[in-house]
Design a protein around this ligand. Sequence first.
Ligand code: GA4
Length: 330
Amino acid sequence: MVVLSQPPLNQFFHVKPCKPTTFFTGIPVVDLSDPEAKSLIVQACKEFGFFKLINHGVPLDLMSNLENEAVRFFRKPQTEKDRAGPPDPFGYGSKKIGSNGDVGWVEYLLLNTNPDINSSKSLSIFRENSQNFRSAVEDYTAAVKNMCFEVLELMAEGLGIEQRNVLSKFLKDEKSDSCFRLNHYPPCTDLQALNGRNLIGFGEHTDPQIISVLRSNTTSGLQICLTDGTWVSVPPDHTSFFINVGDTLQVMTNGRFKSVKHRVMADTTKSRLSMIYFGGASLSEKIAPLESLMSKGEQSLYKEFTWSEYKKAAYSSRLGDNRLGPFEKK
Ligand code: GA4
């Protein structure tokens, strides 16, 4: 019997044509310092579930500092990186995504951002690596979190809700179940194996949480799915953030905002490095449409569930599954 410790190479390919191959220039861009930001955010979340954020106020050196630390980590010998794995789901993982058979041309570090429930795994990663890495992660996530509160507060305002913190309070909660991910997509140099096909870095999926904040280096790869089903490439911008609406926010807005389907294609020549903050509610939080948003007589499109129930279902699903489907009211 042959035991494969690595997934077979053909599982990483994407054979369907990827349309269009050129960059899509219509991605909404929101300037956080623009007085119109709140309505532009709401419009983008309804139409795309996605936007690029500029003038966000997060110092660029926090981003580049963490990028450098992450590059240093991923450059370590495989045996050393493996000591921070396998993911439980926190820790270092390579090629295997989740625990249900999904694979991608990616290696990653998944960390819990809540210091109270910080798994011993996260802490030992930092013990084995440098204090610099730890503080780079902490400084970056603290700044991104604050920026994210501001975005969520503008969303609430843009939706016409009086209570400004109606969304941000979920992430401000000390029990907020949020996490942080560093993804490294190494170049695939085996051009013969590639044979003109696209290599999947991270397969299509939606994020289960409320909101995701992504920052990458200058290598392309991220694609989002428009509401008409077309996949478009997002031009990278290492100075900006890309904001994704997650499944939970789709429910909280009773379907007004769309949880964006996205994926990452690996490059054949350049490494892509991305850092993503996933903002989630506390485990016991009931996830339901915001009362202050519902119009008279409007019914919830979803059955009631807690974040803990949804998370459990998500972690037992496959990456590309429609995770909200079973929670929709018939
Ligand atoms: C997608 C968003 C986050 O990266 C993540 C992922 C998680 C994992 O990598 O362990 C999941 C995926 C993500 C959704 C479905 C399940 C769980 C892999 C997977 C197949 C950390 C998350 O919270 O959900």
